[in-house]
Design a protein around this ligand. Structure first.
Ligand code: SAH
Length: 246
C-alpha cells in the first residue's frame, strides 16, 4: 500500500489535507484517483488507513482506520555533520535517513567548504525535508529524521553537553588507538549516542582539543583517511549496528 506523510495539525476530524509535495506525488506521479486506498503517516509513529477524497493541488483524504503504532529506535542516534558541499550534504541526509538516524545537526566548523548561508538556506527551504520524506517512503521509515538549524561547532558542543547520559563520539583521522568497539559494547548499554563527523577539510586541532576537554571521546575508523561522506556512512552504519538499530 502506498504511504504518504501528513501534518497532524492539518487533521480535522477524519479529514486530512496533504502538502503540495505529497499531493504532487499522488496526483501527478502516481495518478491516483478519488477513492484510492492509501496509508497515511503522521510522522510521529502512527500509521492510518485512508482513502483519497479529492485530487487537486492539495489532496484531501479521509482516515478510515488505524493500522499500527511504530515504536521509535531504542537508542536514538544523533549525527553532527560538518557542512559538506551541497550535493554531498544531500546524499548524506538521504543515507542517514535510510540508516535510521534520529536527528542530524549541520555544523559549521573552521575548515568546512559548504557555505553556511547556502546551507542555512537549504534548511529553511524545504529541500532537505523533501529528501528526508522521500527517503522515508522508499525505506518505509515512519518517523522522519529531524534536521536542526545550521549551528557552529561551539554551539554543537554546548547543545550536546546538556545531556549527561549521551555517549559523545567524535571521529578523528588522527586518533590512532581508540576504535568503536573500545567505547561501545553490549555490556556497556547506552541510552543515546551523538557522533560528530568533520567536513571535507576535517576538524582543526584546536576544535579537537576543545571537544576533548568537554568529555568527547575521539574515535578512529582505521588508518586510511576516508572521504567525509564515506566516513559518515561508515560511522553511522557501525554505530547503528552496535546499538542494535540495524
Ligand atoms: N582533514 C583531513 C581529512 C578529513 S576527512 C585531510 O584532508 O587530510 C573528513 C572527516 O571524516 C573527518 O573530519 C573525520 O570526521 C572523518 N574521518 C575520515 N577518515 C577517518 C578515520 N580514518 N578515522 C576517523 N574519522 C575519519
Amino acid at each position: 500500500m502506498r504511504r504518504f506523510f501528513f501534518d497532524p495539525n492539518t487533521r480535522l476530524g477524519d479529514k486530512v489535507t496533504l502538502s503540495e509535495q505529497e499531493s504532487y506525488h499522488i496526483a501527478k506521479v502516481l495518478r491516483l484517483q478519488k477513492d484510492s486506498q492509501i496509508e497515511l503517516l503522521d510522522g510521529l509513529g502512527e500509521v492510518f488507513a485512508a482513502v483519497v477524497v479529492d485530487v487537486g493541488r492539495n489532496v484531501t483524504c479521509r482516515i478510515v482506520g488505524q493500522r499500527e503504532t511504530v515504536e521509535t529506535e531504542k537508542v536514538p542516534l544523533w549525527v553532527g555533520q560538518g557542512l559538506l558541499n551541497g550535493k554531498k550534504m544531500d546524499t548524506t541526509i538521504q543515507q542517514c535517513t535510510e540508516l535510521g538516524v534520529a536527528r542530524l545537526t549541520p555544523v559549521v566548523s573552521s575548515r568546512c567548504q559548504g557555505r553556511p548561508d547556502e546551507m542555512q538556506g537549504r534548511r529553511k527551504s524545504d529541500r532537505w525535508d523533501r529528501i528526508v520524506v522521500s527517503a522515508c517512503k522508499q525505506c518505509r521509515r515512519v518517523q522522519p529524521m529531524e534536521i536542526d538549524e545550521v549551528i557552529d561547532f561551539p554551539a554543537m558542543l554546548a547543545l550536546t553537553n546538556q545531556d549527561a547520559d549521551l555517549l559523545r563520539l567524535i571521529f578523528w583521522e588522527e586518533e590512532e588507538e581508540v576504535r568503536l568497539d573500545d567505547v561501545m559494547s553490549a555490556d556497556q548499554p547506552v541510552t543515546g549516542v551523538c557522533i560528530l563527523l568533520g567536513p571535507e577539510g576535517g576538524f582543526s586541532r584546536s576544535e579537537m582539543a576543545t571537544a576533548k576537554e568537554l568529555g568527547w571521546q575521539t574515535v578512529s575508523l582505521g588508518s586510511r583517511i576516508l572521504r567525509a561522506e564515506t566516513a559518515t556512512l561508515t560511522a553511522v552504519s557501525l554505530v547503528q549496528y552496535l546499538v542494535g538499530n540495524l
